[in-house]
Ligand binder design. Structure first.
Ligand code: PMP
Length: 444
């Protein structure tokens, strides 16, 4: 028996090595990392330049407490990140992960409201389904009942509006009316809550784990931005999964030219080399908080020099190899190939994505959109089948409170054509095996 425990009783194979898009277990079996872990390892595993930068930093110092020292690594990373943000978002607060980054955004927003005399504002509206983290503050904005319900008495659960899942609602995502329809739900919710009680709206530009690569309908994010402006509500863009090139631009929001008030990042900026996250805001927000006595927030490991040195080297690799550009090109090809799989495999009901954040959703009936029976646990079973075939993918139940399963295919951004062939072969075989396994249940 192991002393370790995570989610369930099941045990995983033991990781030995990882390089590029591949990972090897202790028995020497090779896996293609088709989900970059949990959409983390954007630049691929064991990048030599990042390892060398970390080694150089380790030889100098691995820890300096942020209230005692600033470090060259954190200063340089902050400057480099700020340089990649839309207009004026130049104040960076480092943390060690995505949930911490979301907590930081919520708390900065609240302290800013207090500092400018708008202390009545405290509600953060979000969407359902959504995932913004597992700490109680971030979880309160998460729209995913299986993860939130057990903890409800501990949290001040935040208001939710429906995520813009046009494909389930029978609406055309290319029609600007569709984007307007979903965005206007935010305005209605702000009105219902009382505009002067609403502090912010948190949104992923392209939905991640909870909705499975949900690309927003035409005009949606732009209109959300305008609604936030109208009501004095801060727009918080959760770029934890979409950031650092994942969708084919440095930030997911860049595709729509939307400038949020706060950006939160993690996953891809550390790319698995070190626990790293960041919240980025502007002087307009940060200034009043500092003037009013300072930001009452901070984690011990914030701005850790080793993590920041890794992050800086990761950003250098993203630029040097033009991984945003590669994600855009390879993402289009991967998406086209996933559409090809959908033609061959009846159980795929929808394919979607942007850049290398792609997904397919299982359905029992494409026309009605009916999901596979819940008891099949398709999302878990399919991942196991692919894993046994040497392909790692990531999946979740997709619909809050209703059945449905999607599979995310999000390989490292260093992907090439032959990796795509390998992924598609692995998926094809896994889909055939899974479809045969569930056929008797579907017929019954
Ligand atoms: N926000 C989003 C959009 C995420 O995908 C995640 C992680 N899946 C988080 C926040 C939380 O990040 P972490 O697990 O690093 O705390």
């Amino acid at each position: 028996m192991s002393n370790l425990f995570y989610q369930g009783r099941g045990r995983k194979r033991v990781l030995d090595q990882a390089r590029g898009v591949y990972m090897w277990d202790k028995n020497g079996r090779r896996y293609l990392d088709g989900s970059s872990g949990a959409m983390v390892c954007n630049i691929g595993h064991s990048n030599e330049n990042v390892l060398a930068a970390m080694q150089r930093q380790m030889e100098k110092s691995t820890f300096g407490y942020r209230l005692h020292f600033e470090t060259e690594a954190s200063e340089r990373l902050a400057a480099r990140l700020a340089g990649k943000m839309p207009g004026g978002l130049n104040r960076v607060f480092f943390v060690s992960g995505g949930s911490e980054a979301v907590e930081t955004a919520i708390k900065l927003a609240r302290q800013h409201a207090l500092a400018i005399g708008e202390g009545s504002r405290w509600k953060i509206i979000s969407r359902a389904p959504s995932y913004h983290g597992c700490t109680l503050g971030a979880l309160a904005t998460t729209g995913y009942a299986p993860l939130t319900e057990p903890f409800e008495p501990l949290m001040r659960v935040m208001p939710k509006i429906p995520a813009p899942r046009a494909y389930l609602d029978g609406l055309d995502p290319a029609d600007p009316e569709t984007g307007r329809h979903y965005a206007d739900m935010l305005a209605a919710r702000i009105e219902a809550e009382g505009a002067d009680s609403v502090l912010g709206f948190i949104v992923e530009p392209v939905g991640g784990a909870s909705t499975g690569a949900l690309v927003p309908p035409e005009g949606y994010l732009e209109r959300v931005r305008a609604i936030c402006d109208d009501y004095g509500v801060l727009m918080i863009m959760d770029e934890v999964m979409t950031g650092a090139g994942r969708t084919g631009a440095f930030l997911g929001g860049d595709h729509w030219g939307v400038r949020p008030d706060i950006v939160v990042m993690s996953k891809g900026i550390g790319s698995g080399y070190a626990p790293l996250g960041a919240m980025i805001a502007d002087d307009r927000l940060v200034g009043p908080v500092l003037d009013a006595g300072g930001f009452a927030h901070g984690f011990t490991y914030a701005g850790n020099p080793l993590a920041c040195a890794a992050g800086l080297a990761v950003l250098e690799e993203i630029d040097r190899q033009d991984l945003c550009g590669n994600a855009a090109v390879m993402g289009d090809r991967l998406l086209a190939r996933l559409h090809g799989l959908m033609q061959r495999h009846e159980i795929i009901g929808d394919v979607r994505g942007k850049g290398l954040l792609t997904a397919f959703e299982f359905m029992a009936d494409r026309v009605t959109g009916a999901p596979l029976p819940r008891a099949l646990n398709a999302y878990q079973r399919f991942v196991d089948i692919a894993y046994d075939r040497g392909l790692i993918v990531y999946s979740r139940r997709t619909r809050d409170g209703i059945d449905g399963d999607h599979v995310l295919v999000c390989p490292p951004l260093i992907l090439n054509e032959s990796h795509i062939d390998e992924i598609i072969d692995g998926l094809d075989g896994s889909l055939t095996e899974f479809a045969a396994e569930i056929a008797p249940v579907l017929k019954a």
